[in-house]
Design a protein around this ligand. Structure first.
Ligand code: ARG
Length: 476
């Protein structure tokens, strides 16, 4: 079979080495981007006087036909196709004859692959962003629907203070807001054109690179051809953001898994997002959430793999870099399933408000008792130590804090008066935390508005697939 770089070689490649070298089985996913890049390049060559307008038309017509074949799934791969770039160039020559052989003038697969990959990443960023917004919207809707429900807040996974469930839902909204900001910033850094950098040194033809960037919807051109073909920062950064997204979803999942256990019973997953046991008929397992927690590990691994691949590379392009694609593609596939699944879980779960209420223990109001003493003039440190003694006393006598007789309080300090018992009101405790960002109903209402404003300002660039929109995504 004839290879695009075959001239210098007299012997053929060992079949297994050929298979090892080839990237077509995975980089075919960039076919549309490759065609778009080539159409821009053909126009650039014409503007530079390298090909005639008629040749440009022939090449663009051939590439447009190839795009239709790619989209229609009719593109036939040949045994000589090493990667997406060689496959499309081979097909172009079949369709247009020798003029197709002019397309690669002044271009290298090194600047070509960097361009295709940037375009692919931009598309992936937009898709992940749309799914993140879907989850964010679901969290705000939950916060609105569950307003007024109290549950224990945990630090060190010990009961700490009562909080509003809506506040807790929104605590998972803001990490995703930061993820979306990170994606937006990455988008800016990724929308820079490498094409025109050649193999390493630039192209010897007077190509208008700004025109190319414009054709491809990119905002800028790379300032250094060596860096342009060496740079895989966007892939690494994308994988880092994806890993952080996955970590955020993993932490949410871990908590929801605990909440579904018999001991907590705070929430119940819908049948649509849980599975049964093959042996134990009573089981309803939170598999979707466990998989989310597990896949976060895999996503982190892919980031680590790409950083390790990059760390020892000498200058400019090295074939090692071909290993950047699969982790990015697979991570995108993972997120494009993980995010809508978690959105579905959140949308359809049932909150057991009475179980949450029942789990609230008056000991969680110990800080409020200390604050009560502070309001009566005691320094907080003294109040803290005094309430510690009250807690110990209640424990020793085997009663809940709110059932300790007033005399016991007063035996520890005369500052305690009968109104101390008024402190034992969980809703009042939450309502007192009325600072911006606090758990009071009023502060949480403001927060819901802030979250809505964020969604309003941070529009998505690509619509979700119709199936997701039908399931409640707004796609805006
Ligand atoms: N398939 C290669 C990759 O994905 C394309 C670039 C090949 N460049 C080269 N000089 N062999 O990295």
């Amino acid at each position: 079979m004839s290879k695009l770089w075959g001239g210098r070689f007299s012997g053929g490649l060992d079949p297994i080495a050929w298979e090892y070298n080839a990237s077509l089985p995975f980089d075919w996913r960039m076919a549309e981007m490759d065609v778009r890049g080539s159409i821009a390049w053909a126009k650039g060559l014409m503007k530079a006087g390298v090909i005639t307008l008629d040749e440009q038309h022939q090449i663009v017509k051939g590439l447009t036909d190839i795009l239709a074949e790619v989209r229609g799934g009719q593109f036939q791969h040949a045994p000589s196709d090493e990667d997406v770039h060689t496959a499309i160039e081979r097909r172009l020559t079949e369709l247009t004859g020798p003029v197709g052989g002019k397309l690669h003038t002044g271009r290298s697969r090194n600047d070509q692959v960097a361009t295709d990959f940037a375009l692919w990443l931009l598309d992936a960023i937009d898709r992940v962003d749309a799914y993140l917004k879907l989850v964010q919207t679901t969290l705000v809707e939950r916060a609105e629907a569950d307003m007024g429900i109290l549950l224990p807040g945990y630090t060190h996974f010990q009961q700490s203070q009562p909080i509003l469930l809506s506040h807790w839902w929104l605590s998972h909204f803001w990490p995703l807001a930061r993820d979306r900001q990170r994606l937006a910033q990455l988008r800016e850094r990724t929308a820079v054109l490498p094409l025109g950098s050649g193999a390493i040194a630039g192209t010897p033809f007077p190509i208008d690179r700004k025109f190319l960037a414009n054709q491809l919807g990119l905002k800028a051109i790379t300032p250094n051809s060596i860096d342009a073909v060496s740079n895989r920062d966007s892939a690494a950064e994308y994988l880092f953001i994806a890993a952080l997204v996955a970590v955020h979803f993993s932490r949410l999942s871990e908590m929801l898994i605990l909440y579904t256990s018999g001991e907590f019973g705070f929430i119940e997953l819908s049948d649509a997002y849980s599975t049964g046991s093959s042996l134990m008929p009573q089981k309803k397992n939170p598999d979707t959430l466990e998989l989310t927690r597990g896949k976060a590990g895999t996503v982190i691994g892919r980031l680590t793999g790409v950083l390790a691949m990059l760390k020892g590379l000498p200058s400019a392009y090295d074939k090692d870099m071909q290993e950047d694609k699969v982790p990015v593609f697979e991570t995108t596939d993972t997120l494009c399933l993980m995010l809508p699944v978690v959105a579905g879980v959140l949308k359809t779960l049932t909150v057991k408000a009475e179980r949450m209420q029942a789990a609230l223990n008056p000991a969680m109001l110990s800080t409020d008792v200390a604050d009560y003493l502070v309001r009566k003039g005691l320094p907080f440190r003294e109040a803290h130590s005094l309430v510690g003694k009250v807690v110990l006393r209640a424990q020793q006598t085997g009663v809940r804090l709110d059932q300790l007789p007033l005399e016991e309080f007063q035996a520890l300090s005369p500052v305690f008066e009968a109104d101390v018992l008024e402190v034992f009101d969980f809703a009042a405790s939450a309502a007192r935390r009325d600072v911006p960002g606090g758990t009071s109903p009023a502060a949480v209402q403001v927060q819901i508005q802030q979250a809505r404003n964020f969604l309003q300002v941070h529009k998505v660039r690509s619509a979700l697939p119709p199936s997701e929109t039908a399931r409640g995504g707004d796609g805006s």
